[in-house]
Design a protein. Structure first.
Length: 131
């Protein structure tokens, strides 16, 4: 049996929140709690809004699970309409993007959350370009 120090419980409404205008995220588990093995975050996009734009991660594989609505994912040259309950795995170094509502995201390995303050700053600096 695991001791209580190994248990991670994040009550509803908790986590570390990052607001980027029409895009926001809440991190529930990240490098500190998982020894950088993975991070778990929920991402919200306002209806009919764009995600971060096409990008890739050198070291992070990503898992997505659509919580609400329909997300549109661009993965490489392919576009997927992913309704609530859909699951996607995106390998590291793969160009991808997403648009619209809510998705649970897992980064493997962890540590991605360390980039969030710079990402938030980029959104603040470029808000006029995004509107």
């Amino acid at each position: 049996m695991k001791n209580n120090e190994d248990i991670l419980f994040v009550p509803n409404g908790s986590g570390r929140t990052y607001n980027m205008g029409s895009l926001s995220s809440v991190f529930f588990a990240d490098g500190e709690e998982t020894n950088n093995r993975y991070s778990v975050s929920e991402w919200w996009l306002d209806a009919h809004s764009d995600g971060p734009g096409p990008h890739s991660h050198e070291e992070n594989e990503e898992l997505f699970y659509v919580l609400e609505g329909v997300m549109t994912f661009l993965i490489g040259d392919n576009t997927f309409e992913a309704p609530k309950g859909s699951f996607l795995r995106i390998p590291a170094k793969t160009i991808h993007d997403f648009t619209n509502k809510s998705v649970l995201n897992i980064f493997i390995p962890g540590g991605f959350e360390e980039k969030m303050p710079k990402i938030v700053q980029w959104y603040q600096d470029n808000q006029n370009r995004l509107e």
